[in-house]
Design a protein around this ligand. Structure first.
Ligand code: SAM
Ligand code: SF4
Length: 460
């Protein structure tokens, strides 16, 4: 089974395309119909280098983002459970031979403390992340960790959804992972370019390109219908990676009827003990980074795009407008980082050091509504069902109210007086500009009263 066709990518990259204003406008007008673009069109957009045309792509991406997602932005925090790893990924501080960090695999009690610290900040969604040092014990450990996180409930609430970013597994193991009530299963190919992959992954199980690439097929065969893929930008030419990413998505769509729920766009960041992380072989400029986000948004409009805390606050701000639908906030990338004072042993240097509260304040000032909603996943609206729901009208009747409810819960339980005032004023504006049906407005008002009176976990 061939997932990535290298020769076809090279052929596409070398092919001359029509970059006239007429053709670019034609493609962008098509994108405005919110039905996505053919990969041929996406390839043409990738080849645009002219500043005025790039700005047009950005404007179109903003239009698509606004029409489909509006001003909602989903927030989550990563929870690193182990930095022990048997692999030798040259860009990562967790790689086996790196002697500059202290290794730690959290015990279940410690994981619970991390979950509690996140709950007390106001988080509802976490991404469980782990190094790959536990070999055969990795899955039982992960299953216990999931149970431990879900078990923590206190006066400030609980974690309602755990996405997972762990090593590639076999089908049977993915079945167990699905049973454990995970949200999205994420795994990044890092680079789709086989030779670069081989160079970057010196040893350990992750060094097998084909096994890693086949992970999403195995996950979907096991019934996991909510998956997230990604590229670590900076390792190889971004145009090659984007074409390959589209091939990967096309393959999954053809084989399973739907593609990934999310695409992540991490950029290589400095990591202790890694020269490559500080000197990316293919550094990605801010403009190209934004171009990638914008092209993803117009090509696959109903797929979430995730930006991590790795980016600086300024870059994140610009990226939100172009199409990002989820961001991490208040993150630590060292196991135990939320509940202990230990701040070393990070996976990479974080570009954004602000707390969840500060990030939320900023998002609100920027006119975005932070959402902690987990409604779809808990009502079983994932995979193809989610794609059906993710149409502009349905988003207005489901996602907006849910974003408003989960944000209102945050405002009631965690916000300062100042943020509470700003937050409710934003909710009021949003009700005017985004919700047009009287019946939905009335239902939102009733639910907001209930939340004010102490009701929690409200969603439709
Ligand atoms: N061990 C699993 C794996 O490698 O897929 C999951 C955990 S790994 C820590 C999660 C992701 O971190 C990797 O997929 C990689 O993209 C990202 N990563 C590693 N080193 C990085 C760096 N220096 N800068 C940015 N992202 C990095
Ligand atoms: Fe280990 Fe993942 Fe880091 Fe590679 S990227 S060294 S597999 S934690």
């Amino acid at each position: 089974m061939q997932i990535i066709n290298h020769d076809e990518i090279i052929e596409e990259l070398n092919k001359k395309v029509d970059l006239s204003n007429d053709n670019i406008n034609y493609i962008l007008n098509k994108a405005k119909k919110l039905k996505g673009l053919d990969y041929d069109d996406a390839i043409t957009l990738l080849k645009v280098e002219n500043e005025a045309q790039i700005n047009k792509i950005f404007e179109t991406a903003k239009f698509v983002k606004d029409e489909i997602y509006g001003k909602r932005l989903v927030l989550f925090a990563p929870l690193y459970v182990s930095n022990v790893c048997n692999n030798e990924c040259l860009y990562c501080a967790f790689r086996k031979s790196n002697k500059t960090i202290k290794r730690n695999t959290l015990k279940m009690e410690e994981i619970k403390k991390e979950a509690e610290a996140l709950i007390n900040q106001g988080h509802k969604r976490v991404l469980l992340v782990s190094g790959e040092g536990l070999a055969k014990k990795a899955l039982p450990y992960t299953l216990d960790a999931l149970e431990a996180i879900y078990s923590v409930k206190n006066a400030n609430g609980n974690i309602r959804r755990i996405n997972v970013n762990i090593a590639a597994l076999e089908v049977e193991d993915y079945k167990k992972l699905k049973k454990a009530n995970i949200g999205t299963y994420q795994l990044f190919q890092e680079t789709y370019h086989r030779e670069t992959y081989k160079f970057m992954h010196k040893s350990g199980s992750k060094s097998d390109y084909d096994y890693h690439l086949g992970a999403m097929d195995r996950a979907m065969e096991a019934g996991i219908d909510d998956i997230g893929i990604g590229v670590l930008f900076g390792l190889y030419d971004y145009k090659y990676e984007m074409l390959a990413l589209f091939q990967h998505i096309r393959h999954l769509e053809e084989r399973f009827g739907f593609g990934p729920h999310t695409v992540s766009v991490p950029r290589l960041e400095p990591a202790t003990g890694s020269d490559i992380a500080s000197n990316p072989p293919y550094p990605l400029s801010d403009t190209d980074f934004k171009k990638i986000i914008a092209i993803l948004r117009v090509t696959i409009p109903y797929t979430g795009i995730i930006l991590s805390t790795r980016e600086t606050a300024e870059t994140r701000r610009e990226a939100l407008d172009l199409g990002i639908s989820q961001i991490s906030a208040g993150s630590k990338s060292n196991p135990g980082g939320y509940s202990s004072k230990e701040q070393s042993n990070e996976q990479f240097s974080l570009g954004d050091h602000r707390s969840l509260h500060e990030v939320i304040e900023d998002i609100v000032d920027f006119g975005f509504i932070p959402s902690f909603c987990t409604g779809c996943y808990r009502l079983g609206r994932v995979g193809a069902d989610f794609m059906d729901l993710a149409k502009p009208g349905a988003i207005k009747s489901h996602c907006y109210p849910n974003a408003i409810f989960s944000f209102s819960e945050y405002l009631e339980d965690f916000a300062s007086a100042n943020l509470k005032e700003k937050g409710y004023s934003l909710i009021k504006d949003m009700m005017k500009t985004e919700i047009h049906k009287e019946r939905i407005k009335e239902n939102i008002k009733i639910a907001l009263k209930d939340i004010e009176n102490g009701k929690r976990d409200v969603y439709v």
